[in-house]
Write a protein that binds this ligand. Structure first.
Ligand code: AQP
Length: 341
């Protein structure tokens, strides 16, 4: 089974990214041939600082390995190191309609938060489709917020296959059964997010323990006292039960049973302790890995080489079926041989 998922290097990574992203990556690398991409070309679609992008790309590599990716088993690479992504995105743009991009809720949400709305932000799902389709991906482990984007990637693939001949495998989205959408601790009706959430309601993976404790202590709940799930009337407590389940691996029913009748204050403290216990070893591994940027760059270079080799046949097939003329070297325009880089 071919697995692919991407994560942006910019924006501090939080518990939601761990639950829908990192945690699933580490689990899915065991199930097949896995590619994990640091999608730096996506990061430039909103306002950003070039110095930060550089720094955070290396930070993200450290975080991917710290949360359990094994460089021997998984291909971990940076999107901009594989030119096929940008090239395929341009080609796929011609089989994507303006109307389907205009409907994307993530575009609307992010556009509302920008002074300058870039064309790149609008066509973000096309680049994401290229990322996924280039690898003949079967499964895409992501959080629930990505559902609409994965559906568009499938629609684009079907349209391309229908028009130019069978070229892409249709990818399936894989969201975790628990923790597919971790909500903001202060405003539990919206998802936890660095740019779209509240600072106090967003638990960053690198927050120190005392900051994490404070964030859970002040988490918004309801006026009741039962530690029980009810998404409509108890969104805050429901979210905390889900977070507890993600942090400990215990079933949500077992969490409810354990804290039955104990009140919210005690439960919040214990959720904070469980999250700290989860993140402590990740933070230590991260610090250790981050102290050796050369080694991280070496691992990313190996990943890029493997990713270029894996994606090139699909890009070549796309170009050929779309009618492009071959170069003198017998290659189709647009593709870069791995050893030329
Ligand atoms: N709240 C969440 N719950 C579960 N999964 C989540 N993911 C994001 N938020 C949650 C998943 O994390 C993976 C990587 O996401 P990303 O960093 O590439 O981009 P994003 O989805 O835009 O994450 P943010 O923090 O929400 O970014 P900003 O701050 O830019 O709005 C994806 O698999 C995503 O589903």
């Amino acid at each position: 089974m071919r697995i692919f998922s991407g994560i942006q290097p910019t924006g501090d990574k939080h518990l939601g990214n761990y639950s829908g992203g990192f945690r699933q990556y580490a689990a899915y690398q065991e199930r097949g041939d896995a590619f994990f991409c640091i999608v730096d070309l996506h990061s430039i679609t909103v306002d950003y600082d070039p110095a930060d992008l550089h720094e955070q790309t290396i930070n993200m590599a450290a975080m991917l390995f710290a949360t359990g990716l094994d460089p021997e088993r998984s291909t971990v690479f940076v999107q901009s190191h594989v030119p096929a992504h940008a090239e395929a995105a341009w080609l796929l743009g011609s089989v994507t309609s303006f109307g389907e991009l205009r409907r994307m809720t993530q575009f609307k949400d992010k556009a509302d938060r920008q002074d300058f709305v870039s064309a790149g932000l609008f066509s973000y799902p096309v680049l994401q489709a290229a990322d996924i389709l280039l690898y003949q991906t079967d499964a895409v482990p992501v959080g629930e917020d990505q559902r609409q984007h994965i559906e568009v990637a499938r629609d684009i693939a079907e349209r391309f296959n229908g028009r130019f001949g069978e070229t892409f495998r249709l990818p399936e989205m894989i969201a975790p059964a628990v923790g597919a959408k971790i909500m903001d601790l202060q405003e539990p009706e919206r998802k936890m997010s660095t740019t779209g959430g509240t600072p106090q309601g967003t638990v960053r993976l690198l927050d120190p323990p005392d900051v994490i404790r404070k964030k859970f202590k002040t988490a918004v709940t309801d006026s009741g006292a039962d530690v029980r799930r009810d998404a409509d009337s108890k969104p805050g407590i429901t979210n905390l039960i889900e977070i507890m389940s993600v942090a400990t691996g215990d079933e949500m029913d077992a969490v409810e049973a354990r804290y039955d009748g104990q009140g919210y204050g005690h439960f919040k403290e214990e959720v904070a302790d469980a999250v700290i216990a989860l993140l402590d070893p990740i933070r230590s591994r991260y610090d250790e890995l981050r102290s050796d940027p050369r080694e991280l760059q070496r691992l990313l270079a190996i990943g890029a080489e493997k990713a270029r080799e894996a994606s090139d046949p699909t890009l070549q097939a796309m170009l050929e079926r779309m009618g492009f003329v071959k170069s003198e070297a017998g290659r189709l325009f647009g593709a870069v041989r791995p050893r030329e880089l």
